[in-house]
Write a protein that binds this ligand. Structure first.
Ligand code: BGC
Length: 760
């Protein structure tokens, strides 16, 4: 069961949620789990197919537009719909909402990488049939979305007709009542006329502003030669009907190939038809076989085994599977807040990538992690431009939300003001370097990004009374905006500046030629580097003597506390029910802020402060953002608050499966999915990556019989198996490696298990 997600619910709200849960993708292409034949008349559906980063630009309309506000916003576009297939039994059309559903199972198979619906149906006139719909988005041929429909007549069927469509004229979904889903600008794709060539239907389209093009070639075939065939094209829509005798089982296949101009350049349609030719002999089973092989490799390294709780086991696998389905694996793409599962947050990339999702890839699939960093690096010029747009004289300011580098946030207090994104990106670069030891990356992309982000900190902050202070920024907590000296921002900036100084010193000694080249390219002076080091050293990190906590910012603790206990349940999330200004005036947090800083950079403060801060901020946090539970779980583990750690963890692992935030229909909460993995590996197993080494201080939650997973570190694969009171470390790949277990160093040799005691 834990390899499969199942559902047989057919009510409107579950259908919408299931469209996200059953979405299939490969990081390039994503197809929502819509029904081929649609729902009943009038039921809402967010019918969607997306290509990572395929977008248009839309104007942002402001009531009052001030200097430096972005003019336009990027928006992921829904592209041509190839999903539609209808099944007719004589004159009756199959629908799960009519006749009698004698049996219905829907499954997502995470070990094999496909989904299916298995239906036993009796029509209103009493005819009976078994129908199976299978679909797969290939990890091996990223352009391919393939469907297989099997119709097996049981009773009274004279003729079976399969009616397939390719619809080029599509729009995005809008919900004007929810700021988290786009409003307006639904139609941004100009669809060309569909045509037929080489046995395929081909639909092409171009975006209004960015002039990007996309195409889909769709090829249908069946296993029975004896059938009638009709095809009809009207404008941007192609329809085909296959009619068979109702005597025997038929299998119908629809292979759809998608390509976009960002990756495939010109003559897309020709290329898509050509690929169809190359794949001509491939049936659904062939794609399935390759898919299972790909996933077998993935799970071999990345799986986490929990003995003792099937629901959580299912939840964690589901989350890792969707991370893999959503992460961009080419230089043009990253991983969006909703992955490729829906239109929420318009396909934008946020700090979610670096702080919440990157760690999973870093420790299991480092080549994917590196691609995420290289993608950010490719946006450096836009970030330099953005810094200038704001009025800075040098450095780079990464946008709060973006696809190709432009700032897409229209609400600067909880957008552009989150300067911490620069520190977050720097942090992920540093983590990658510590885990991989990739010197080439250190000298090149990492040096460039850390130098440019450091320059910006000097522009944003200032020296005052012997301290370096950063004013007018917003930390991760979006219920407290535009503040001075947000602890999280300051400590992340400090880390950023320290490492930039370190890179400088290292290059000066080891590779002066590269340093000269870099300094020339960036037109940087040696004095600047001295300033970075001084700013790092003098960085003001607010601390409250009385409470013995790090203050979230200069004024947070002076405000009254929002009364969370008397706030009615239906007023959460607060952002949908109260004006932001009201929230800003209270001590109330949408998500982990200082507590997150203590997780990421524990060495900048002491254990007591971490504990007091945790207890203090926990009481004022609503967790209205799905980025919060996992951080509280990790830190509760660190502090030995095991029950809490487990409780928070349980909320992350099934947040989407159980629709705990009520908006899974708009797409999955990808950062939380990464957070589940962190809750186990950083939380229960206590992993921390330090400059010298990896450290573990593991324990097994008492609810479980055992826990087992792997991590990659410096070309090694290390397996950890936890049982009650003990952990066994085994080096599965690699020559030899040294790690820390609870502050003592141990060496691992290939294949020799090392057993250690853990806290109970
Ligand atoms: C959170 C942000 C996050 C964004 C996208 C917001 O609700 O407050 O921290 O980056 O969602 O996931």
């Amino acid at each position: 069961m834990s390899w499969t997600i199942e559902s047989s619910k057919l009510n409107q709200s579950d259908l919408l949620t299931n469209e996200s849960l059953f979405f299939l993708g490969n990081g390039y292409l994503g197809v929502r789990g819509n029904f081929e034949e649609g729902y009943s008349e009038g039921d809402k559906s967010i019918r969607g197919t997306y290509i990572n980063a395929f977008h248009d630009k839309v104007d942002i309309e402001y009531g009052e537009k001030l200097h430096g506000f972005p003019d336009t916003q990027e928006k992921l576009l829904n592209i041509m719909d190839a999903q539609s297939v209808q099944v007719w039994l004589d004159d009756e059309r199959f629908s799960l909402f009519e006749g009698e559903v004698l049996d219905f199972q829907r499954k997502l198979r995470m070990d094999q990488g496909y989904s299916e619906r298995i239906v036993h149906w009796r029509s209103p006139k009493g005819k009976e049939v078994n129908i199976t719909f299978k679909r797969l988005v290939s990890f091996v041929n990223r352009e391919v979305f393939v469907q297989e429909i099997t119709v097996d007549p049981v009773k009274g069927v004279e003729r079976i007709a399969i009616h397939s469509e390719l619809e080029g004229d599509v729009s995005n979904f809008v919900d004007p009542d929810d700021p988290r889903v786009a409003s307006g600008h639904a139609k941004r794709l100009a669809a060309g006329a569909v045509y037929e060539t080489d046995g395929c239907h081909v639909a092409g389209a171009e975006t209004h502003e960015t002039k990007m093009s996309v195409c889909c070639s769709s090829k249908t075939f069946s296993d029975k030669e004896n059938h009638d065939y009709e095809s009809n094209i009207e404008g941007a829509k192609a329809q085909e009907t296959y009619t068979f005798s109702g005597e025997e089982k038929i299998t119908f296949t629809k292979r759809n190939v998608y390509m976009d101009s960002m990756r495939y350049g010109q003559n897309l349609e020709k290329k898509a038809v050509q690929l169809q030719g190359e794949l001509a002999d491939d049936r659904f089973e062939d794609f399935l076989e390759e898919q299972a092989r790909y996933l077998n490799d993935f799970w071999k390294t990345s799986d986490i085994l929990i003995d003792g709780d099937d629901d959580l086991q299912q939840g964690i696998r589901f989350n890792m599977y969707h991370l893999l389905q959503s992460v961009g694996k080419d230089p043009k793409s990253n991983i969006a807040a909703k992955g490729l599962s829906g239109e929420g947050y318009e396909g934008h990339y946020f700090w979610d990538t670096e702080i919440y999702m990157f760690p999973f890839f870093l420790m299991t699939n480092p080549e994917i992690a590196k691609n995420l960093l290289l993608h950010r690096h490719s946006l450096l010029d836009s970030a330099r431009q953005r810094a200038k747009d704001i009025g800075h004289t040098r450095g780079a300011l990464f946008p709060w939300r973006t696809i190709t580098g432009g700032e897409s946030s229209a609400f600067f207090p909880a957008g552009t003001a989150q300067y911490h994104i620069n520190g977050d990106i720097a942090y992920s670069y540093i983590q990658y370097y510590m885990v991989s030891g990739d010197e080439d990356f250190f000298r090149n992309e990492m040096a460039e990004v850390l130098f440019e982000t450091s320059r910006l900190w000097l522009e944003v902050g200032h020296f005052h009374n012997g301290q370096f202070r950063i004013d007018s920024v917003t930390g991760p907590d979006e219920y407290t905006c535009i503040v001075n000296n947000n602890y999280y921002t300051n400590v992340m900036a400090k880390n950023n500046l320290l490492w930039a100084g370190k890179i400088y010193d290292h290059l000066k000694k080891e590779d002066p030629e590269r340093l000269t080249e870099l300094m020339n390219d960036l037109e940087a002076e040696e004095e600047e580097i001295e300033m970075w080091k001084e700013a790092a050293e003098k960085m003001f990190l607010p601390y409250n003597e009385e409470l013995k906590i790090n203050e979230q910012d200069d004024t947070f603790l002076q405000k009254g506390k929002w009364d969370l206990d008397t706030t009615p349940k239906d007023k959460y999330p607060l952002l949908l029910n109260y004006h932001p200004l009201l929230l800003y005036r209270y001590q109330v947090c949408k998500q982990a802020d200082t507590v997150l800083a203590h997780f990421l950079l524990e060495d900048f403060t002491d254990q007591d402060t971490i504990e007091h801060s945790y207890n203090y901020y926990e009481a004022v946090t609503t967790h209205d953002s799905s980025l919060s539970f996992c951080v509280f779980s990790i830190m509760a583990s660190k502090l030995g608050q095991k029950e809490k750690a487990y409780d928070y963890f349980s909320k992350t692992s099934r947040l989407d499966i159980d629709n705990l935030h009520g908006n899974t229909k708009d797409g999955l909460h990808m950062a939380n999915m990464g957070g589940t993995w962190m809750g186990i590996v950083y939380g229960f197993a206590g992993l921390r990556v330090k400059e010298s080494n990896v450290h573990f201080s593991p324990y097994l939650p008492e609810q479980w019989g055992s826990l087992e997973f792997n991590i990659r570190y410096r070309n090694c694969l290390i397996n950890l198996k936890l049982t009650e009171g003990k952990v066994v470390y085994t080096l599965v790949e690699g020559d030899a490696v040294r790690i820390f277990h609870m502050d003592s160093e141990i060496s691992l040799d290939p294949g020799v298990p090392v057993e250690k005691r853990t806290s109970l």
